[in-house]
Design a protein around this ligand. Structure first.
Ligand code: ACO
Length: 402
């Protein structure tokens, strides 16, 4: 209001934009979003087409290097990523230090941060060869780290990566396999997980990506910057929303499945009650990723032979919300997270792992954005200003006189 306006005048040339609703922090050639039209493109390619025709490693290459790989480039890239999946044996010890019930997201972030200590040959953010090897190491090792974070919570032994398997299959086998039992990766699960990773691979300047760029703008190395991004993704308003959706659906089910009652609580703005998986800062239309995932959820649950009561609740909830003035007026539509949790659950992942899966999917985007920032001569250290609203100058009062 008036007070802030006068404070802004006093502060000089400062724009006050809490949450950066309308402030561009960089130029970028990676991802295009038209939130009103519900359009998302990576490097110019529509997300629907990539979802249908590409795969996660190819999309990673596209995001990071700017164009689709030739067959030879693809094989060379996939081969390099495959050869770096092992973790240093000493890094494995880290997992023993965390409590059994630790959430896997901070474990993931800590292990990624620790990569800085194991690979001191890759810390110079301006040496292209070092950035390249860090890129490959991160893409290769994050699924191994994620699988070990999971194994820790269930008290099972860590499995070494099997580099005869594909990227997704290797991750699934390290997560769900046991040394004593052969584990067959279900191709339906692998295909769906690959698709979900493609849909999560980049989303321009979201909270975690902006974090990666902000940390990286201080010339922190790639591992440190991504480790920070993982923690930004941990929050329930960002990557944590996929788990929060499932908790919300479980809660509605436990309350007797009364969707209308829950929607009323959301509309009454009860503290802490939001329709999780709905709404987006940029999309004021159906999130194109949610549209693809909704089809997949239906399909995969059917193919896995699971009828899911929670999926039915989710669809009912969506239907009620899309026809309710509260949500219509505010342009609140399902976002990418509304249906992903249901799919992850059907695949056998516990809720705590959902956001970890998001992190694996988002990794190539973070890397691409960090590299773009470092190659941009216009990059400066990120350093927002503020509008001070505290006390004016006042004299210090000795403790005995307070
Ligand atoms: N449920 C109920 N009301 C909502 C929701 C929701 N999910 N989202 C927004 N609103 C309402 C707000 O209360 C506000 O209403 P008001 O104008 O009467 O005060 C209005 O819609 C605008 O909402 P803001 O919070 O200002 O929107 P913002 O852009 O800041 O927030 C966000 C976007 C965080 C995604 C929000 O929609 C939300 O909290 N959604 C639920 C969490 C979620 O699904 N997050 C995942 C986002 S996608 C991702 O990170 C992958």
């Amino acid at each position: 209001g008036v007070e802030i306006t006068s404070l802004l005048k006093e502060t000089g040339h400062v724009t006050l934009d809490p949450g950066y609703v309308n402030t561009g922090s960089c130029t970028s050639a990676i991802t295009y979003i038209d939130g009103d039209a519900g359009i998302l493109r990576y490097r110019g390619y529509p997300i629907g087409e990539l979802a249908e025709k590409s795969n996660f490693l190819e999309v990673s290459y596209l995001l990071i290097y700017g164009s689709l790989p030739t067959q030879t480039q693809y094989e060379e890239f996939a081969g390099r990523v495959t050869r770096h999946t092992l973790l240093d044996e000493d890094l494995k010890n880290f997992f023993d230090g965390f409590p059994r019930d630790a959430h896997p997201m901070p474990v993931l972030s800590s292990a990624v941060s620790a990569l800085s200590t194991f690979y001191q040959d890759s810390l110079d953010p301006f040496d292209p060869a070092q950035v390249e090897i860090s890129t490959v190491r991160l893409l290769a090792k994050l699924p191994t780290i994620a699988a070990y974070a999971f194994k820790k919570t269930v008290g099972q032994p860590f499995l070494y990566p099997d580099n005869s398997l594909g990227y997704i299959e290797n991750f699934l086998q390290m997560t769900f396999g046991l040394p004593a039992e052969p584990y067959e990766v279900d191709p339906i699960v692998a295909e769906a997980l690959d698709l979900l990773f493609v849909l999560h691979a980049d989303h321009e300047q979201n909270c975690s990506t902006s974090t990666v760029r902000l940390v990286g703008s201080s010339q922190a190395n790639l591992f440190a910057s991504i480790s920070a991004g993982i923690l930004a993704l941990f929050g329930p308003l960002h990557g944590g929303a996929n788990a929060a959706v499932l908790d919300m659906l479980e809660g509605i089910k436990a309350d007797g499945g009364d969707v209308d009652h829950f929607v009323q609580r959301v509309k009454n703005k009860e503290k802490g009650v939001r329709l999780m998986g709905f709404g987006h800062r940029v999309y004021k239309n159906y999130d194109p990723r949610a549209a693809i995932i909704k089809k997949t959820a239906d399909n995969i649950l059917e193919r896995l032979g699971q009828s899911d009561e929670l999926l039915e609740l989710a669809m009912k909830l969506e239907d009620v919300a899309l026809h309710d003035d509260y949500f219509v007026e505010r342009k609140l539509y399902p976002n990418v997270d509304f249906y992903t949790g249901l799919i992850y659950r059907a695949m056998g992942f516990p809720t705590k792992m959902f956001t970890v899966l998001f992190a694996i999917g988002r990794l190539p985007g973070w890397i691409a954005q960090w590299r773009e920032m470092n190659n941009d001569p216009a990059t400066k250290i990120g350093r927002p200003r503020q509008v001070y609203i505290g006390e004016p100058e006042r004299p210090f009062v000795p403790i005995a006189q307070r």
